[in-house]
Design a protein around this ligand. Structure first.
Ligand code: ADP
Length: 285
């Protein structure tokens, strides 16, 4: 393969979009759908694309300052070690932090538990002009909650439709939702967990509960399949990102973000003052 031809053969948005009927059971987590380059090619491209995503984010931010209420929300889901944190650091880290509304969702607090499951999610939605990032999300309420029977089946099973309705409202209010499910293989997860045990600088990331969750892998696969089947809508489709190769998942999510930002057709906001008159004033100031 010549270097010139390596890159996206199919745009990330189409190559990674979940298609109805697609089965997770057949997913190769080390694949690089749509992309035929290697690690070095991906790194070079990521470097280039960082400038693009940065410029688009600045335009979104500038428009937000001028009253545009639109925003972009990146929803990240994935099993432990799938690389959600790395996506935040390496993909979102490419843009100006003041333009990012970041939220992570763990076990609900007592206060959160006293409200509807979407309460904490609504509070964290991005403001106009911002890129919102959800590290875990309302989908935990049909994933961990389903797998661990934290609420009765009739409660979690009603949530798929509720979530679709919620996302319809969010999109109608001007937020482009980009949903990303990162999939790591069981073998790669073991390696990543082992690395956390072998390196003192990674102990802080290790949670003994992660090993118990591994035992529940098939139940999680089933719960993820239901999420994809029931909540991938035209307004807010899911993208499946194989995550055994971090260089691919980071590049892929960068492309999905660029795609969403480009679809906003942003321009720089026009001056709200007389540019020529201001130049003259400044000259003589
Ligand atoms: P991470 O694993 O993402 O780095 P944490 O170690 O804080 O972050 O783990 C967050 C934990 O919170 C996960 O085990 C996740 O399943 C759990 N969690 C998130 N949302 C809910 C929820 N609604 N109900 C119960 N548990 C939840």
């Amino acid at each position: 393969m010549s270097k010139a031809s390596s890159g996206w053969q199919t745009p990330a948005g189409s190559a990674l979009r979940f298609s109805p009927g697609q089965l997770l059971a057949g997913l190769d987590a080390s694949a690089t759908p749509g992309f035929n380059g290697d690690k070095a090619a991906a790194a070079a491209l990521l470097f280039e694309r960082a400038t693009v995503v940065g410029a688009l984010q600045e335009k979104l931010f500038a428009n937000g300052r001028s009253g545009d209420t639109r925003s972009v929300l990146l929803v990240l889901q994935g099993m432990d070690t799938a690389g959600k944190g790395g996506i935040v650091r390496h993909v979102i880290g490419q843009v100006d932090p003041q333009g990012v509304d970041h939220a992570s969702f763990g076990v609900p607090t007592e206060e959160e538990k006293s409200h509807d499951y979407l309460w904490r999610i609504r509070k964290a939605l991005p403001r106009g002009g911002q890129i919102g990032v959800f590290d875990r999300s309302h989908y935990e309420d049909v994933l961990v909650v389903r797998v661990h029977n934290l609420v009765p089946p009739e409660v979690w099973s009603a949530r798929y439709d509720e979530i679709n309705e919620f996302e319809r409202e969010v999109a109608a209010s001007g937020t482009t939702i980009v949903k990303v499910a990162l999939f790591v293989s069981l073998d790669e997860q073991k390696k990543r967990l082992m690395e956390r045990l072998e390196r003192p600088d990674k102990y802080w990331k290790y949670n003994p509960r992660d090993v118990d969750e591994r035992e529940l892998w098939p139940a999680y696969q089933e719960a993820y399949q239901a999420v994809l089947d029931r909540t991938s809508t035209d307004i807010a489709p899911w993208h499946i990102v194989p995550a055994d190769r971090k260089w691919f998942s980071r590049l892929a999510v960068t492309e999905l973000l660029i795609d969403a930002l480009e679809r906003l057709n942003l321009d720089w906001p026009p001056a709200t003052f007389d540019v020529e008159a201001e130049k003259r004033r400044l000259e003589s100031a």
